[in-house]
Design a binder for this molecule. Structure first.
Ligand code: SAM
Length: 475
């Protein structure tokens, strides 16, 4: 492919400055197609069954060495399988799986993904947190924040707030708040050239000299948001040193007290060469590693980390209609959930906003003054008709459930290659056959493929009313 002259000049100079980084085959790598990958959900799959699931999906089992739940995909399966719609897997370029593995999110942490859309890394972080703690996924671009919302809903992760904000506004509202921050920075995108012709055009417009100062502003804001003793994982998909090692070095000079957490032993990842400006940082080189170009570094801020007080959601001034709305939501949950699953919802704080009900496990005031796209778990909507309050559950709630959470008479499992699942995902009516014996004859049910919930339907006689949302349907 024809590479921008400015880029080849810059890379020639890079390789002559760093003779310890092999350059042979670098330019040729742009003429080989990048490998495709899929990442399995750590929330919806177990380590011991992942190989089997991937084998059924792709016909091969080849692990991405630097991601415990990542696999190479021999063909592009993107969204062609119902398992995708159930959030079982996410198509992701293999190198892009590294930063969320490095941040190693744990339940109970408070984590910010500063540049989150479309959300592959945010979903992995949320899966690892298992609904405990708080993940704030931010995207500055409103349209992209919608794609982030859809991906987060599909993943079924909970304990998430989605913001559509500038890093500076987050810093002014939430200083010293986060245990960990991921900055998967906007960059000149050199690592994407071979995959996306648009990346070359965008490079000509937003090359390194324009984007490097933006990266520094994002890092400065992250420093304000981060606690003492907190961690930053910074990554880009570019080769440019000014956006990577030199950029982080400049940040560390400006903010003394950060050190690099070295990860020298990640299989398939090239550790910083002796001549690198930043020891302990990581690169994926397309001519040396089986992935697109990527840079990643893990930083720690000095000090002792103290846990964050997320406060409590306190319902205030709830009208009688709101209380009835909450009761109708609880009634729905009692109708479809097992006693064990129901216990998880007991005593959780339901919030009423207008006619909608949410589950919010933190003080909502934390995010006052910031543009929120999603706060907590959207449970559904209610409306009053005559003496009754009618509750309409949200399909995104169904995606947060595991099969074991759902009463057997409220779960219809359809095989991934069946006509029934195809009809469900297209929004068509489903006739109930023998496969539905034991299903309740009236009321809401969860439809899933194998063991993975997809959305809702309403039973009534021999037919199921399909409630799969229009915006989610396949065509
Ligand atoms: N982490 C994402 C994922 O895994 O899907 C990919 C993020 S992409 C590399 C970088 C994101 O940064 C883009 O969505 C872009 O809109 C956002 N961005 C651009 N300028 C920004 C800025 N000044 N501050 C914060 N984010 C910005």
């Amino acid at each position: 492919m024809i590479l921008p002259g400015k880029f080849t000049e810059e890379m020639d100079a890079f390789f002559s400055r760093h003779k310890d980084i092999p350059s042979e085959g670098f330019y040729e790598s742009f003429d080989t197609p990048g490998r495709k990958g899929i990442r399995l959900s750590t929330l919806k799959t177990d380590p011991d069954t992942r190989d089997e699931i991937v084998s059924a999906l792709t016909g091969s089992v080849e692990r991405v060495p630097w991601c415990s739940c990542g696999y190479y995909a021999p063909t592009d399966i993107s969204n062609s399988n119902p398992y995708y719609h159930a959030g079982v897997y996410y198509p992701q370029e293999p190198s892009a799986m590294l930063p969320a593995e490095v941040i190693a999110a744990r339940p109970g942490e408070v984590i910010l993904d500063m540049c989150a859309a479309p959300g592959g890394k945010a979903c992995r972080i949320g899966e690892d947190m298992r609904g405990k703690g708080l993940l704030v996924a931010n995207e500055i671009n409103y349209d992209r924040s919608k794609a982030l919302l859809r991906n987060i809903e599909r993943s079924g992760i909970t304990g998430v707030v989605i913001l559509n904000e500038t890093p500076q506004n987050i810093a002014s509202r939430l200083p010293g708040f986060f245990d960990k921050i991921l900055i998967d920075a906007p960059c000149s995108g050199e690592g994407m050239f071979r995959r996306d012709p648009g990346a070359v055009r965008s490079y000509e417009e937003y090359g390194p000299s324009k984007i490097a100062p933006v990266q520094q502003e994002i890092l400065d804001a992250a420093d304000i948001c981060l606690k003492e003793g907190g961690e930053i994982v910074y990554s880009t998909c570019t080769f440019c040193e000014d956006e990577n090692e030199a950029g982080i070095r400049a940040f560390m000079d400006k903010h003394p007290g950060y050190e690099v957490i070295p990860h020298p032993e990640i299989e398939g990842v090239t550790s910083s060469a002796p001549s690198s400006l930043l020891q302990g940082s990581m690169r994926i080189w397309p001519h040396l590693n089986p992935g697109d170009g990527h840079f990643c570094v893990h930083l720690k801020k000095q000090g002792t980390r103290i846990s964050t007080d997320l406060g409590q959601f306190i319902p205030r001034g709830l009208k009688a209609s709101g209380r009835e709305g909450i009761e109708s939501a609880r009634e729905f949950l009692r109708d479809i959930l097992t006693d064990t699953a129901l216990a998880r919802f007991k005593d959780r704080p339901f919030a009423v906003h207008g006619q909608s009900i949410f589950l919010i496990d933190f003080d909502e005031k934390l995010f006052r003054g910031l543009k929120t796209v999603k706060t907590g778990l959207y449970v559904g909507d209610f409306r009053k008709t005559g003496y009754k309050t009618v509750f309409t559950p949200s399909n995104s709630l169904a995606l947060t459930l595991q099969r074991a959470d759902i009463r057997p008479d409220s779960y219809l499992s359809l095989p991934p290659d069946s006509d029934g699942i195809n009809r469900y995902l297209k929004g068509e009516t489903i006739m109930i056959g023998e496969d539905a014996s034991g299903l309740k004859s009236k009321g809401y049910i969860v439809v899933g493929t194998d063991d993975y919930p997809l959305g809702l339907a309403k039973a009534g006689g021999s037919m199921l009313k399909n409630l799969y949302p229009k915006a989610w349907r396949i065509v």
